[in-house]
Structures are given as structure tokens and as C-alpha cells.
Design a protein around this ligand. Structure first.
Ligand code: IPE
Ligand code: IPE
Ligand code: MG
Ligand code: MG
Ligand code: MG
Length: 324
């Protein structure tokens, strides 16, 4: 078993050879910019780790791992346009640093670069990886559309919320795990179980992203805290608060979520208070723990060494305590 730093370093070296600036610079510079801002590199690490844990040289999984990270970065550029976000990884978002068209096209190019990386595999693996990639990428788009649709809908259910985050975020973590298993040529059962681990971890991950968007530390979070409230995102926090509040608080929250104040400071503060008062913030943390637990229970079924099981469990537990 290799250390996580080792996976990250190998990925970085591989990435440096793939993502370069060439003409036309206005297409490639934003790509280099967003990937150079780094981030946690969660998805590629999951791919490399899974491949490694099934006793295959993890370097064979580098093209698939990088494909997922490039796809993720593509989705972030376009997501920031859709969410009108000014900040990403502590720096200006691509469409703020350049402009809207630059964000659209460099995002498109990143997506193609991601697909190209699967050409590094022989036909059978290429087929399996590319198929999984395409179906996952389409689900991410569907999840993103639901997310935007929900901004202006007033009857979103918690069930619908969970489906939305499963699609926009969790399936990519599932696919990241499964791709590691595909490269390692495991059994079908192993592939299914690794996918399920990643999918459940991904649900916990998005619940926590939503929590941190509200209650994270603005100095270290790297994104604009309160952004989801400003955009009227129907998060678990919002939906649970509606469910648990008295009539008057429910009315106040609904009112706040139909307003677009020029200075949103007060709106953000008021909404956060309601999320705390209702107990929704607490319940959200419980749900994060719950889905992390579901993921951890799947580890038992994986055909990997006891030592690697412990590493995987400590990895998901650490993720639950993240602040960025
Ligand atoms: C942000 O993903 C978008 C979500 C799906 C929540 P990450 O939190 O993994 O972003 P980086 O790559 O670490 O910046
Ligand atoms: C993002 O969800 C999901 C995808 C990028 C597909 P968010 O909109 O919550 O992600 P952040 O918070 O901007 O990173
Ligand atoms: Mg966003
Ligand atoms: Mg979004
Ligand atoms: Mg978010």
C-alpha cells in the first residue's frame, strides 16, 4: 500500500505532462489555471487507492484517475458560471478572471481532454472505462439540472434533494472507485461494492459541502460562504428547517428564499440562524455521519487486506472532519 502523498505526487507528475499551455493560449491558460489551484484531488486519489488495494500497480490507473480530475475541474468551471460564484479554491473563478465565453470553451476542452485519456487503455478496458465515464458524466449533468431547477421550485422534497446530490456528486465518487477496480481487473462483485462505497461516501461528501457552504470558515473554505443561501439552493439544511420549524419561522424562511437583496449579508445571517434554531444543522451532521457509516460498512465486503480496509476507513472518517 502506497501513501496518499505518493498517489498525489504521481498524479501531479502525470498531470504536468498532459496539461500544458499551447496556442490558442486563451483556451489553455484557464485550464492550467484551474488545475494548478489543486484542490483535494479526492476523486483521482480514490481511483489510485482502489487500484492499489486490489494489488495492481496504481500507476496503471493514472490515466483514468486524471480523466476524473479533469472532468471534475470541467464541471467546476461550468458550475461556477451556473452558480455565479466569484471564488474557487481561494482564487477567482475562471469566468471572473477571464469571461463567460472563456469559461464555457475551456470547460468544454477540459471535458474532451478527460475523454482522450481513456485512449491509453487497451480496447476491453477502454470500453468498460469509457462506458462508465459517459453514463456517469450524463448523470452529473442531470444532477446539475435538478440543482438549478430546484432554485426556483417551492415544493422540493428531501427525497428529491438526495437524488439530486447523488447524481451531481456521488456517482462520480462511485465511478472513481469502480475505475480503480476495473483497472485492477477485479471481480464484478468487487466492482459493485467499490462503487457503492464511493456513492455513499459521495452523498456524505455533498451534504458536508452544503454544510460548509453555510457554516464553514470564510478565511479557509476557499469558496464564498453563504453562496448557497444567496442562490436559494434547496439544500438539506433548508428543507429540514422547513420541516421542523413552526409556522412563523417557516414563513420567514420562505420569504427570505424568494428575495434577492443587493447586499445579502442580512439574509445569510437570518437563514443561518433558522438552520441552527430548527436543529437542521445538527441533523445535517448526523446524516453526514450516517452516510459515512453506510460507506464504512461496505468496506467489510471488499476483497482487500485488513490493513487496507483500516486505511480506507480512516480515509472516509477523515473526510467527515474536513473543513474545506
Ligand atoms: C467541489 O468538490 C464540488 C462538489 C462536488 C462538492 P471538491 O470539494 O472535491 O473540490 P476540490 O477539487 O477539492 O476543490
Ligand atoms: C457541485 O455542487 C457539483 C458539481 C460541480 C457537479 P456545488 O455547486 O455545491 O459545488 P461547489 O460548492 O460550487 O463546489
Ligand atoms: Mg457551485
Ligand atoms: Mg452548483
Ligand atoms: Mg457547494
Amino acid at each position: 500500500m502506497e501513501g496518499i502523498e505518493n498517489y498525489a505526487e504521481s498524479l501531479q507528475n502525470y498531470l504536468n505532462g498532459v496539461v500544458t499551455i499551447k496556442e490558442p493560449k486563451k483556451l489553455y491558460e484557464p485550464i492550467k489555471y484551474i488545475v494548478s489551484l489543486g484542490g483535494k484531488r479526492l476523486r483521482p486519489i480514490l481511483t489510485l487507492m482502489t487500484c492499489d488495494f486490489f494489488d495492481k500497480d496504481f500507476k496503471e490507473a493514472l490515466p483514468a484517475a486524471l480523466a476524473l480530475e479533469l472532468f471534475h475541474n470541467f464541471s467546476l468551471i461550468h458550475d461556477d458560471i451556473m452558480d455565479e460564484a466569484p471564488l474557487r479554491r481561494g482564487k477567482k473563478t475562471v469566468h471572473h478572471k477571464w469571461d463567460l465565453n472563456t469559461g464555457i470553451l475551456s470547460g468544454d476542452a477540459l471535458l474532451i481532454l478527460a475523454y482522450q485519456l481513456f485512449e491509453n487503455y487497451e480496447p476491453q478496458k477502454f470500453n468498460e472505462l469509457a462506458k462508465l465515464f459517459s453514463s456517469t458524466a450524463l448523470q452529473v449533468c442531470e444532477g446539475q439540472q435538478y440543482d438549478v431547477d430546484f432554485e426556483t421550485r417551492n415544493n422540493v422534497t428531501i427525497l428529491e434533494y438526495f437524488k439530486m446530490i447523488e447524481y451531481k456528486t456521488a456517482v462520480l465518487l462511485g465511478a472513481a472507485m469502480k475505475m480503480g477496480a476495473i483497472v485492477a481487473e477485479t471481480s464484478e462483485v468487487c466492482k459493485i461494492n467499490t462503487y457503492e462505497f464511493g456513492r455513499n461516501l459521495g452523498i456524505a461528501f455533498q451534504l458536508q459541502d452544503d454544510y460548509l457552504d453555510c457554516f464553514g470558515n470564510p478565511d479557509t473554505f476557499g469558496k464564498k460562504v453563504g453562496g448557497d443561501i444567496i442562490a436559494n439552493k434547496k439544500t438539506f439544511l433548508y428543507l429540514k428547517t422547513l420541516e421542523k420549524s413552526n409556522e412563523s419561522d417557516t414563513e420567514i424562511l420562505k420569504q427570505l428564499f424568494s428575495s434577492f437583496p443587493k447586499d445579502p449579508t442580512k439574509k445569510v445571517e437570518q437563514v443561518k440562524k433558522l438552520y441552527l434554531k430548527s436543529g437542521a444543522a445538527k441533523e445535517s451532521l448526523q446524516e453526514i455521519e450516517n452516510y459515512t457509516q453506510i460507506a464504512n460498512n461496505i468496506i467489510k465486503k471488499l476483497d482487500i487486506s485488513g490493513k487496507n480496509k483500516a486505511v480506507l476507513k480512516s480515509f472516509s472518517d477523515q473526510l467527515m472532519n474536513r473543513k474545506v
